[in-house]
Ligand binder design. Structure first.
Ligand code: DGL
Length: 271
């Protein structure tokens, strides 16, 4: 089979990585894409680095068993804790959700006060990966804040800007970060864009950067630079470790649109 026609594999602990999938599909319409959401084992962000790595390697082995030409790790937690392990396990080009958003944030900060806030899961913030990347890019002040309750909120419903529960939780996490008026706020967990109406209220003057959305551009650069582009594809397949119908319904609510392509349930523990 022509290697270029193989799909790009995208995975996340759940639905959040669909933010990356949607943008990849938009900017690379000729690509076939396979998405895996580990909905049965979400959240990853509260787990230990060892367990996150175990899950990430199983997700990787599943995607390589289907046959993919590259992997986009559409999960901030995996990207920041064990991205090189996914590369070593798969032997494929692998990109995550850190580099592209960090480089955009650094450019914005360079023209402003030099302050960037990173919101992510507990494991993402603890890893220090976003902080190191931003510091390497010359950002003077980096504020990182773990917002673990945002993941179940985003998976369960799409809160409106005035949702009382979402606002109470956001106030707890974000009030003091908001006082620093960062130039840019990286939504370092791919689930957080679903809460952007709520988060934006705390940062009216800041650029909100979706790590999932921006990660699609790094994958595009890699695919183009390796000459792996496909034309005339546009077929999509979805896999979940939980119920397929539930995934389909939740994904439609998450994306605000029906997903086109078959959804299958797999037993991730077999990989
Ligand atoms: N989308 C994942 C991330 O970006 C969700 C985190 C989780 O599973 O806790 O980190």
């Amino acid at each position: 089979m022509n290697k270029n026609a193989l799909p790009i594999g995208v995975f996340d602990s759940g639905l959040g990585g669909l933010t990356a999938f949607a943008e990849l599909k938009r900017i690379m319409p000729g690509e076939n894409i396979i998405y895996f959401g580990d909905n049965a084992r979400i959240p990853y962000g509260t787990k230990s680095p060892a367990l996150i790595k175990k899950y990430a390697l199983q997700d990787t082995r599943f995607l390589t068993s289907v046959g993919v030409k590259a992997i986009l790790v559409a999960c901030g937690t995996v990207s920041s804790n064990c991205l090189p392990d996914v590369g070593a396990e798969s032997g494929l080009p692998v990109t995550g959700v850190i580099k592209s958003p960090a480089s955009i944030a650094a450019k914005i900060a360079a023209k402003g006060k030099g302050t960037v806030a990173v919101l992510g899961t507990t494991a993402t913030v603890r890893s220090g990966a976003f902080q190191r990347e931003l510091e390497t890019l010359g950002v003077k002040n980096v504020i990182a804040r773990a917002c673990p309750m945002f993941v179940p909120l985003a998976e369960s419903w799409h809160p409106s800007a005035d949702d009382a529960a979402a606002n109470a939780i956001a106030r707890e996490y974000l009030s003091d970060v908001a006082l620093k008026q960062p130039d840019a706020v990286i939504l370092g967990c791919t689930h957080y864009p679903l809460l952007s109406d709520v988060i934006k209220k705390f940062f009216p003057g800041s650029a909100l950067i979706s790590s999932g959305r921006e990660s699609a551009y790094e994958m595009r650069d890699v695919i183009v630079s390796l000459g792996l582009e496909n034309r005339g594809g546009g077929e999509y397949g979805f896999y979940t470790s939980d119920d397929a119908d539930l995934f389909k319904r939740s994904a439609a609510a998450f994306l605000g649109d029906e997903i086109t392509g078959e959804v299958k349930k797999i037993d991730i523990e077999k990989f």
